[in-house]
Ligand binder design. Structure first.
Ligand SMILES: Cc1cc2nc3c(=O)[nH]c(=O)nc-3n(C[C@H](O)[C@H](O)[C@H](O)COP(=O)(O)OP(=O)(O)OC[C@H]3O[C@@H](n4cnc5c(N)ncnc54)[C@H](O)[C@@H]3O)c2cc1C
Length: 312
């Protein structure tokens, strides 16, 4: 039986897109035709997915806001588009408010809502594109000052690859720089409970505003990109090589690559770690420009740059 026909046994027709380009769902707008996309909008859809996985033994890939991934090989039989948006306060004490939020919730909307409530914990992520799910799985960060999304995770609900739901605590994620354990297990994040500190509204608003201003000064805006393509290097490597910074953008810039282009992809003049798609960039050209950047940085500094963006 064709995959679309199998999917129709679990999901409604209007949730399933067949033979479809992923470009509209990725901030880089890089085109790739995939078999199917299934839109997940409710907790019932997650339950249907669990049933599907148990019975059909097929594991899809997942796209959140598509702001840190590019689909290149499309090895998954199909993709989920996570549009599950739900949020509620589950408990509070004198110091903290615990908010359960679905993984498809827009991260920037959540930050704005917590600012309105004078809650501290994710204020530095104002302007972070994508979903809460992507932010937790990628352990997205702000560096001035250093703040990870994983810092405020209390617990989470996960769907594993056998189709079972489980509740895990923050420890399960093994959070570190650009990493959570879900990147290894490939399990799905369904929802998360965040622990946010009661604070002064003006204080959190000021922190958020200064982070957003810095973001606007240093990052290209209104362009097609998947953000920083490469991870920064470690403090140890920086010391060993006697470099002034851990920034991957600095290394790329020092190789004279700002403005360098392959096809429709160009290294941003504003921030050399951002590769911008001028419109019709193909995934083949993206692979080429990534290889050239890695090669030049290796040649000049002896550093093997690691990708931050997930190539799926
Ligand atoms: C302009 C711009 C600025 C950015 N600024 C920052 C920044 O300041 N700091 C930073 O750290 N990053 C930054 N990023 C990168 C990106 O926005 C973040 O990593 C973001 O949190 C990713 O969320 P997303 O929903 O878009 O994830 P996606 O790109 O959709 O997914 C990323 C990965 O997580 C997986 N995934 C997504 N949702 C789930 C889920 N529910 N369950 C399991 N796996 C899942 C995907 O399969 C993929 O492998 C920026 C990107 C852009 C374009």
């Amino acid at each position: 039986m064709k995959l679309t026909e199998i999917l129709k046994k679990y999901f409604s027709k209007d949730q399933i897109l067949s033979n479809v380009d992923v470009a509209p769902y990725l901030t880089s707008k890089v085109s790739k035709i995939v078999n199917c996309i299934v839109k997940i909008k409710t907790i019932q859809d997650w339950k249907k997915l669990a049933e599907f996985i148990k019975t059909e033994k097929l594991i899809p890939g997942i796209i959140g806001g598509g702001s840190n991934m590019v689909v290149i090989k499309a090895e998954h039989p199909f993709y989920l588009l996570n549009q599950y948006r739900d949020k509620k306060v589950v408990s509070e004490d004198k110091t903290y408010v615990y908010i359960k939020v679905s993984s498809g919730y827009n991260m920037n909307a959540l930050v704005n809502e917590t600012l309105q409530l004078g809650l501290s914990g994710i204020e530095y992520h104002l302007g972070l594109p994508g979903t809460v799910g992507g932010a937790v799985v990628m352990n997205s960060k702000w560096t001035k000052p250093l703040a990870y999304v994983g810092d405020v995770v209390e617990s989470a609900e996960i769907l594993d690859l056998d189709g079972n739901f489980k509740t895990v605590s923050a420890d399960y994620f093994n959070f570190s720089y650009d990493y959570s354990f879900l990147q290894t297990t490939k399990e799905f994040l369904v929802s998360v409970v965040l622990k946010l500190k009661k604070s002064k509204k003006d204080l959190v608003a000021q922190r958020a505003k200064s982070a957003l201003e810095y973001r606007k000064q240093t990052q290209p805006f209104g362009v097609f990109t998947a953000g920083c393509f490469f991870q920064n290097i470690s403090e140890e490597l920086k010391e060993k090589l006697n470099l002034p910074t851990t920034s991957a953008g600095y290394l790329i810039d020092q190789c004279g690559l700002k403005g360098f282009s392959i096809g429709d992809f160009v290294v941003s003049d504003k921030h050399a770690n951002f590769i911008i798609n001028r419109g019709k960039g193909s995934y083949q050209d993206l692979e080429k420009i990534i290889e050239i950047i890695k090669h030049k940085v290796k040649h000049k500094f002896g550093v093997d740059l690691k990708l931050e963006v997930k190539l799926d």
